[in-house]
Design a protein around this ligand. Structure first.
Ligand code: MG
Ligand code: MG
Length: 259
């Protein structure tokens, strides 16, 4: 059995969740045609360190940067680079923090300027599929209930689900048990209970679900080079229900945000 987190641990995970959420919003403000992914990475690293935390991705198994920056057909784990973002691109930004020994981990796919209607639909459906998954993160349900909800929703729009990568538990380590696949069968997989903290992170493809690993050993591309989107939030199962420890509100809402 996976050890449930204590209230103190959940609080530290929430502080991290808020920091990754705010970091993604800082990045999002600057996503625009003409900006390089290196510049955005710099913004995030500075913001995280200014808040007394460490960008947990940097140096993780040799990853070179604070953010994963995955443009268009890159699903996840892209390196920031001198690539200049262009109108109509999408960029998936994955961010991790380490603060007081605990982790934060969330991701958001931003449109660069105006994107076409099909791309907008991919972003909307992927994000909505994440919330469908979160709804299933209740005590007594299983990880397969989350995966099934994500998969059936995304596929109902003709999109496909990457199966080689999945969500995960989170705590002192960024990746803990259980794995949280984005596909699956209801009633199967690890059981969820109060005190479990997990990251749910659908990776959804506009075309087929086939992917390959780039020669650098990191970037995961769609085989058909169609776009893919990636959204990730951290949740805790508490009082039987999923409660978000990270949020997109800083990105999507102006003014005073209740978190
Ligand atoms: Mg992540
Ligand atoms: Mg993750």
């Amino acid at each position: 059995m996976i050890r449930p987190k204590t209230e103190e641990e959940i609080e530290l995970l929430k502080i991290n969740g808020e920091l990754v959420s705010r970091t993604l919003a800082e990045v999002g403000k600057r996503v625009a045609p003409g900006v390089t992914t290196n510049e955005l990475n710099e913004v995030a690293e500075t913001f995280i360190r200014d808040n007394g935390a460490v960008p947990s991705f940097k140096g993780f198994e040799g990853f070179p940067a604070a953010l994963c920056m995955s443009v268009n057909d890159v699903v996840v784990h892209g390196f920031p680079s001198d690539r200049v973002l262009e109108e109509g691109d999408i960029v998936s930004v994955d961010c991790g923090t380490l603060y007081k020994g605990y982790n934060g981990d969330s991701a958001y796919t931003f449109p660069v300027g105006e994107v076409d209607a099909e791309t907008r639909r991919l972003l909307d459906v992927t994000k909505a599929s994440l919330y469908k998954g979160i709804e299933q993160a209740t005590a007594g349900n299983r990880t397969g209930d989350i995966g099934h909800a994500v998969q059936t929703y995304a596929e109902s729009f003709g999109f496909s689900v990457v199966r080689e990568l999945e969500g995960h538990g989170i705590g002192k380590r960024m990746h803990e048990d259980p794995g949280v696949p984005n596909y699956g069968r209801q009633g199967h997989g690890a059981r969820l209970y109060d005190g479990m903290t997990i990251c749910i992170e659908p990776m959804i493809c506009a075309g087929g679900r086939g992917v390959y690993l780039a020669r650098n050993g990191w970037a995961v591309h769609t085989a058909d080079h169609k776009n893919a989107a990636h959204y990730e939030l951290t949740v805790v199962v508490r009082n039987g229900r999923a409660e978000q420890l990270s949020t997109f509100d800083f990105i999507e809402k102006d003014g005073n945000i209740k978190f």
